[in-house]
Design a protein around this ligand. Structure first.
Ligand SMILES: Cc1cc2nc3c(=O)[nH]c(=O)nc-3n(C[C@H](O)[C@H](O)[C@H](O)COP(=O)(O)O)c2cc1C
Length: 321
C-alpha cells in the first residue's frame, strides 16, 4: 500500500497521517487498537472515571494510543489526567475549554499534547501555550464544535497562524478526497470522527451505527437542544451536530421555550432508552453522505489512504504552459 508521509507521521512515528477522533461513548480501546494496528493513531475518549480509563487503556492491547479529554469536564476532576498519564499514552488530546492549566503536567510526563481548536484565536492561544499538534475543527464536525468556522476556511488560516506546528484538519472528512483536500490546505493530517463511529470496532450499538449508514448530512443540524436536555454543563459556544429526529423537530428553534421547561423535559429525555434513535441524540458530521457501510476500522484507514493517493495522483491534470 502507498504511504503519505507528513510532519505528523514523523512526529508521532506513525505510517499514515490519520487520527481517530477522541469520541466519548464511541472511541474505546478496541477502535484505537484497530486504527493503530492499521498504521494510524488511535485515540480513546474514556471520560473521567479511573476504572473506565484503565479499562479502555487495557483494551488498546499492545497498540500505541493517545487519550482525549473534554477540557471543561477535566476541570471538574483534574485527577483523571494523572490516571491517564500513568498509562503512558503517546499523547493527551484536550478539546473544548481552556487547556492551559494542564500543559505543564503533560509535558513533565514527557507526553505530547494535542489541542483541538475551533477558531484562529484559539489556535494562537494553543500555540503560545506549547501545543505539539493543533487540530483545527470546522463546524461540519460531528458532535460538539464551534458555530462559526468551517473546515475549508479554518484549516489554512490556522496553518499560517501557528507554523511550524503541525495542524490536523477535522470536520466533515470521511474519505480519501477529504484527506487530499486537507493536505492541499496545508494540514499534516486528519482527525476523523463520524466515519470511525460507523465501524465494527466503535462502541456504539448496531442500532445506532445503522442510522449512520442510511441518513444523509442534509438531515444534520447544529444546536444546543440535546445538551439542554441531557448535559447542560456544555459551554454555550460549543453546540453539537446531530441527525434530526422527533426530539429535535419538537425543540429546534424553540430553545427559549425549552429552557423554561428544561428540568421536567430533562427527566423525560434521560429516561428514553439509548437505542431509541428517533428520540435520543445521534451525533454525526457532514461526512455522513459518504458512509454507506460498517467496515472494520482498518478498512477505513486503507480506503482513505488509497483514495487520497489516487486523488493526488490522478484527480486532476497539471498542464504545462
Ligand atoms: C460520536 C462523536 C463523539 C464525539 N465526542 C468527542 C469527545 O468526547 N471529545 C472530543 O474532543 N471530540 C469529540 N467529538 C468531535 C471529534 O473530536 C471530531 O472533531 C469530529 O468527529 C470530526 O468531525 P467528523 O465527525 O465529521 O469526522 C465527537 C465526535 C463524534 C462524531
Amino acid at each position: 500500500m502507498p504511504r503519505i508521509e507528513t510532519a505528523l507521521t514523523r512526529l508521532l512515528g506513525i505510517e499514515h497521517p490519520i487520527l481517530n477522533a477522541p469520541m466519548l461513548g464511541a472511541a474505546g480501546g478496541a477502535l484505537a487498537n484497530a486504527v493503530s494496528h492499521a498504521g494510524a493513531l488511535g485515540i480513546i475518549a474514556p471520560g473521567l472515571d479511573p476504572t473506565a480509563i484503565r479499562r479502555e487503556v487495557t483494551a488498546t492491547g499492545n497498540a500505541r494510543f493517545a487519550i482525549g479529554f473534554i477540557t471543561w469536564q477535566l476541570h471538574r476532576n483534574p485527577a483523571a489526567l494523572d490516571v491517564a498519564l500513568e498509562a503512558r499514552p503517546q499523547a493527551i488530546m484536550l478539546s473544548f475549554g481552556d487547556a492551559s492549566p494542564y500543559y505543564s503536567r503533560v509535558k513533565a510526563a514527557g507526553t505530547k499534547i494535542i489541542c483541538q481548536v475551533q477558531t484562529r484565536a484559539m489556535a494562537l492561544a494553543a500555540a503560545e501555550a506549547g501545543a505539539d499538534i493543533i487540530v483545527a475543527q470546522g463546524r461540519e464536525a460531528g458532535g460538539h464544535g464551534g458555530a462559526v468556522r468551517g473546515t475549508l476556511g479554518l484549516v489554512p488560516a490556522v496553518v499560517d497562524a501557528v507554523a511550524p506546528i503541525s495542524v490536523v484538519a477535522a470536520g466533515g472528512i470521511a474519505d480519501g478526497r477529504g484527506l487530499a483536500a486537507a493536505l492541499a490546505l496545508g494540514a499534516a493530517g486528519v482527525s476523523i470522527g463520524t466515519r470511525f463511529v460507523a465501524t465494527r470496532e466503535s462502541l456504539w450499538s448496531e442500532a445506532r451505527k445503522s442510522v449512520l449508514g442510511t441518513a444523509g448530512a442534509d438531515q444534520t443540524l447544529q444546536a444546543r437542544l440535546f445538551d439542554t436536555l441531557n448535559d447542560p454543563g456544555w459551554p454555550l459556544e460549543f453546540p453539537a451536530r446531530f441527525i434530526r429526529n422527533e426530539t429535535s423537530d419538537r425543540w429546534y428553534g424553540k430553545e427559549a421555550e425549552l429552557a423554561e421547561v428544561a428540568e421536567a423535559e430533562r427527566a423525560n429525555y434521560t429516561a428514553i432508552p439509548a437505542d431509541d434513535v428517533k428520540r435520543r441524540m445521534v451525533i454525526a458530521g457532514e461526512g455522513l453522505d459518504l458512509i454507506r457501510d460498517i467496515p472494520s476500522a482498518r478498512e477505513v484507514v486503507e480506503r482513505v489512504i488509497a483514495e487520497a493517493v489516487s486523488t493526488l495522483r490522478h484527480g486532476f491534470t497539471l498542464v504545462q504552459t
